[in-house]
Design a binder for this molecule. Structure first.
Ligand SMILES: NC(=O)c1ccc[n+]([C@@H]2O[C@H](COP(=O)([O-])OP(=O)(O)OC[C@H]3O[C@@H](n4cnc5c(N)ncnc54)[C@H](OP(=O)(O)O)[C@@H]3O)[C@@H](O)[C@H]2O)c1
Length: 353
């Protein structure tokens, strides 16, 4: 059994705890919480289930002193110093907050590599988008085709299910003017991760792409105002956003990662829609032959269901949890999908051998 500590109990953290509990090779031994009012609470209680006999704590040193193999690190704001401390204490780290394909020339990345070596530990960045749809799955299906000219990974999501007014308005920029939204933090927050994914695909497929990954962003505004959504929206304020990151060869894109976020059912200017296929993720490899893969099920069926438990959040957690046994067996250092064996899920407990 691999002994796991969960770091933070937000949406991803709660799903990760459930993932650990259902995984036959994993055992939950500790849990860090950011919120002081969660300190000392049983982790089972924090996820709305039976007590587990594991108390949550805000005390980092107490957790680092535990005998544990791996930390699932999913706080809202990542802290390199904390990650380095965890690695130095000899614990592996899986996380959806970065390091999917980090730049090894960057001094902050080098410091984490050193922490890995000092603690004989591994750091693995994962997730869904980025951390799955944008690089692992395109690379996987790229093996089916030849003479590749373009790879596209694209999200189409309805933001009505994002139940955090603060994040939706202040971070994602919905309900703000186009100027406020475009100059807000979202593009910068997203691009660190997505640029790594685009770079990973371009490098691995051998494109002679420019070193710079091109970023673009566009917005669509609400034609009429509404108070019915997660944030109030006046006419002319942002109700949809589109971001794109592209690797370029000879002025043409060869790898594209894109995000389309729409407040569906709001009339938009320009008149974007999510399309007849609805919410989805698409991966398309243009080559001989062209291959198109559409992922359904990673977004909720209804707005109400999404507000309760969002499958995208659960998938993000599962992708990290599924990697834990492989990460625990890997050598020290930052290990990407290119370094690890195939990451798989496990049978439901009542069907397992
Ligand atoms: N790569 C991907 O595909 C992907 C997908 C989804 C999310 N993510 C990332 O995963 C992380 C967690 O997402 P989430 O949906 O679980 O977020 P969330 O629901 O907002 O919760 C994050 C948790 O972070 C803790 N927290 C609050 N303020 C904090 C602070 N100032 N510093 C450190 N921790 C703080 C809290 O933990 P306690 O409740 O324990 O006190 C909170 O519940 C985010 O960084 C998000 O960007 C990545």
């Amino acid at each position: 059994m691999y002994r796991v500590i969960q770091w933070a109990t937000g949406g991803v953290g709660k799903a990760a705890i459930q993932g650990v509990l259902r995984h036959p090779e994993l055992e939950l031994v500790g849990c860090w919480v950011h919120s002081a009012d969660k300190h000392g609470k049983d982790v089972g209680e924090l996820i709305g289930e039976e007590p587990l006999g594991v108390a949550a704590t805000t005390d980092i040193d107490e957790l680092l002193a535990l005998d544990a193999d791996c930390v699932m690190y999913s706080p809202m704001l990542p802290d390199d110093q904390v990650v380095a401390k965890i690695l130095r204490s000899g614990k592996n780290v899986v996380t959806p907050v970065g390091w999917v394909y980090p730049d090894r020339e960057n001094s902050a990345v080098q410091a984490l590599e050193e922490a890995c070596v000092a603690g004989n530990a591994t750091l693995h960045g994962s997730g869904i988008h980025p951390g799955g749809i944008t690089e692992r799955f395109p690379l996987m299906i790229s093996g089916l085709t030849a003479a590749i000219t373009h790879v596209r990974a694209e999200e189409f999501s309805d933001i009505r299910t994002y139940n955090s007014p603060l994040v939706v308005r202040e971070v994602m920029g919905f309900g703000l003017t186009p100027e406020q939204a475009m100059s807000g933090p979202m593009a910068t927050l997203l691009e660190a991760g997505f640029k790594q994914s685009v770079r990973m695909v371009a490098d691995e497929l051998g494109f002679r792409s420019e070193p710079r990954i091109r970023s673009t962003q566009e917005v669509a505004v609400a034609v009429t105002g509404t108070d019915e959504l997660v944030v109030p929206m006046e006419a002319g304020t942002v109700a949809a956003r589109r971001f794109k990151w592209q690797a370029i060869v000879d002025d043409k894109p060869v790898v594209t990662a894109a995000v389309n976020w729409l407040m569906c059912d709001v009339e938009l200017d320009p008149p974007w829609t999510i399309g007849e296929k609805g919410e989805r993720f698409e991966v398309e490899v243009t080559g001989d032959p062209d291959v198109l893969l559409t992922f359904k099920g990673l977004q909720p069926e209804t707005v109400a269901e999404g507000l309760e438990r969002n499958p995208g959040v659960v998938v993000t957690a599962n992708h990290c949890i599924s990697a834990i046994p492989l990460v625990c067996e890997a050598g020290p250092g930052i290990k990407t999908y290119l370094d690890l064996p195939m990451i798989t899920g496990r049978a439901a407990p009542d069907l397992a051998r």
